[in-house]
Design a protein around this ligand. Structure first.
Ligand SMILES: *Cc1c(COP(=O)(O)O)cnc(C)c1O
Length: 382
């Protein structure tokens, strides 16, 4: 038995990642660059292995949320360009320069401070300018009333020494829901680009399409697409499945630890929220909320065991949970149980938990070993 498979593990199918990469590439112009979003440990899939695979597949760019995520990739030998989408405290500007990491800049003060730091270090810092067209998160505020003012502020940032303005981008707030709002954001972005171009200010890479916009709005692809969730084989929202045959990259699996026959009337797990209505065969699985398997699944979700579906009985504990295998013949200790996979989907769990698939994937905890299958790079499973 492979050691990492002794309890609960996540299988990461790098061939499926490659399939999704190619499927998304096929949706866009061959000249359009591809930024693979690998923040949050590549949505729980393992940032280093995913980044290596994307690099081998020819992804032009990678992006992460923060400096530590970027450094993890650099320390693992990833050479592709990396953009930090979030904020990096100014005192770490040196690390950006030392490791060739590009930084998002969303206001003039930050641009000025980074420019000073880069000048002091004697080398230019690569930066992407962030524009807030309606997400209200980071960026130079850009709405119909402020286009000229914003262009003015951006002009001053653009003229600073020691910053290499490689890109400009914005982020959609509702590209999986509201077309009118998305197009309003997109128009604000294009109007700003026009207004900047009229002042002689241009950026080599204009980008705005995360997965939902990659799938829904080809007009927004511009110079680079920026998908995350779709790369991992999940659609940003229900109802988009018709778009392009994505395949889930992660399967979360566990192994039956014990099988027990318990009589009708027995209470199961903390809080005794479940009392068996019949004599039952109960399988104990060594997976719980400390593995990222939501307690909200208690008495609600099913797992795949052999050919059948086993409903969760009672509360999901920290490290274990119990499932009903009475109707599945022959279940025994050591049998594999699929928690998230092609049959019981991450989407089903997300719906039950009242959240999105992103959260379930990101929450698969560090205790769960990632096992890599397929892929073009040997040693991806580092
Ligand atoms: C997370 C993120 C993405 C990727 O979003 P998906 O919906 O996973 O494709 C793209 N751009 C920015 C700025 C992000 O924060």
């Amino acid at each position: 038995m492979d050691d990492a498979r002794k309890r609960t593990w996540a299988e990461i199918d790098l061939d499926r990642l490659a399939h999704n990469y190619r499927a998304l590439r096929a949706l866009t112009d061959p000249s359009c660059r591809f930024m693979g979003v690998v923040k949050a440990n590549a949505y729980g899939h393992g940032a280093v292995a995913v980044a290596r695979e994307l690099e081998a597949l020819g992804a032009d760019y990678l992006s992460v949320a923060c400096l530590d995520e970027a450094l993890e990739l650099r320390q693992a030998g990833i050479q592709a360009p990396i953009l930090i989408l979030g904020i990096t405290p100014l005192e770490y500007a040196g690390a950006l320069l030392d490791h060739g990491i590009a930084q998002t800049v969303g206001d003039l003060e930050t641009a000025e401070a980074l420019s000073r730091a880069a000048s002091a270090a004697g080398k230019p810092l690569t930066v992407h300018l962030k524009v807030d067209t309606g997400m209200s998160r980071l960026g130079f505020l850009c709405d119909e009333d402020h286009t000229a003012q914003t262009a003015e502020a951006i002009g001053r940032a653009w003229a600073l020494p020691s910053l290499r303005w490689e890109g400009i981008f914005t982020h959609f707030a509702n590209a999986d829901g509201d077309e009118a709002y998305t197009m309003r954001q997109f128009t604000r972005f294009l109007d700003l680009l026009d207004s900047l171009a009229a002042r002689g200010i241009t950026f080599p890479i204009r980008h705005c399409a995360s997965s939902a916009a990659v799938l829904n709005y080809p007009c927004t692809h511009l110079d680079m697409i920026r998908p995350g969730i779709a790369l991992y084989g999940h659609y940003p929202a229900p109802g988009m499945e018709h778009t392009c045959g994505l395949e889930p990259v992660m399967a979360l699996k566990s192994r039956v630890a014990a099988v027990r026959d318990l009589p009708a009337g027995t209470a199961v797990s903390y809080g005794c929220t479940r009392v068996l209505e019949r004599d039952s065969r109960v399988a104990v699985l060594p997976v719980g909320y400390a593995d990222g398997y939501f307690r909200l699944f208690s008495n609600a979700l099913e797992v795949q065991v052999r050919e059948g579906r086993a409903p969760i009985l009672g509360r999901v504990c920290m490290d274990m949970c119990m499932v009903d295998v009475t109707d599945i013949p022959g279940v025994s200790a050591g049998d594999e149980a699929v928690l998230y996979g092609d049959q019981v989907t991450v989407e089903a769990g997300a719906e039950l938990a009242g959240t999105i698939q992103y959260e379930l994937l990101c929450d698969v905890s560090p205790r769960v070993p990632r096992i890599y299958l397929g892929g073009t790079v040997s040693g991806s499973g580092a």
